[in-house]
Design a protein around this ligand. Structure first.
Ligand code: 3PG
Length: 212
């Protein structure tokens, strides 16, 4: 875990694209379009067989991108992600084994929480930056706002159900560092190689303001 490094990666832009890469060959032009639009921290989820190869390709070939691994659930996946060149690692939630795994690696870790108790437990382990997941079903802006006063030391990257219509209301909260979401890389645009459209979505996302 490296908190300052994680903060720098996440603060570079208000939105972290969350990608489900089906074909690793699309990862490089996709990441280039996102970076051209101003989004540099890119979470590639380990939910497709192409994910590790996609991380490897983006880490090696896309200047300015910080390729991260998402949906990391165990030690094995943590190790694979780091080996592929992931600059940061994200999980949807935590368990004791995953926290132990994170201690074995230098890569910055953004662990997931969705309740006050989980957030407190992670804070106790040194994680002041957390992914609030799944943001909309778990209570959304109102829930995160309510956590701000009792848990002032914890800041979040909410993800799950966030898009261009509600991102700004999350980003206005003082305990939100950035938001994550897949809306900047729609499946049809990726499949069709419409990188210009993705760059435009990224540019709009990158121009969103932040309260924190
Ligand atoms: C995630 O992995 O963080 C989410 O599945 C992304 O959520 P979204 O598709 O609702 O943006």
């Amino acid at each position: 875990m490296s908190a300052p490094q994680l903060e720098a990666i996440l603060r570079a832009a208000p939105v972290v694209p969350v990608l489900m890469v089906e074909d690793w060959r699309s990862a490089v032009p996709l990441a280039r379009a996102l970076v051209a639009g101003g989004l540099t921290a890119i979470e590639i989820t380990l939910r497709t067989p192409a994910a590790l190869e996609a991380i490897r390709a983006v880490a090696a070939e896309v200047e300015g991108a910080q390729a991260g691994a998402g949906t990391v659930l165990n030690h094995h996946q943590f190790a694979d992600a780091v080996q592929a060149g992931a600059r940061f690692v994200v999980s949807p939630g935590v368990n004791p084994a995953l926290l132990e795994a994170a201690d074995d690696f230098e890569a910055p870790f953004l662990p997931g929480s969705s309740t006050a108790s989980e957030a407190m437990m992670l804070f106790e382990h040194g994680y002041a930056l957390q992914k609030f997941f799944p943001a909309e079903p778990a209570g959304g802006v109102a829930y995160l706002k309510a956590l701000g006063s009792p848990l002032p030391g914890i800041r979040f990257c909410p993800t799950g159900g966030i898009d261009a219509t509600n991102a700004a209301s999350y980003l206005a909260l003082p305990n939100v560092v950035c938001v994550g979401g897949s809306w900047v890389a729609p499946r049809e645009a990726v499949a069709g190689g419409d990188w210009g459209h993705i760059e435009k979505l990224a540019r709009d996302a990158a121009s969103l303001g932040r309260g924190a």
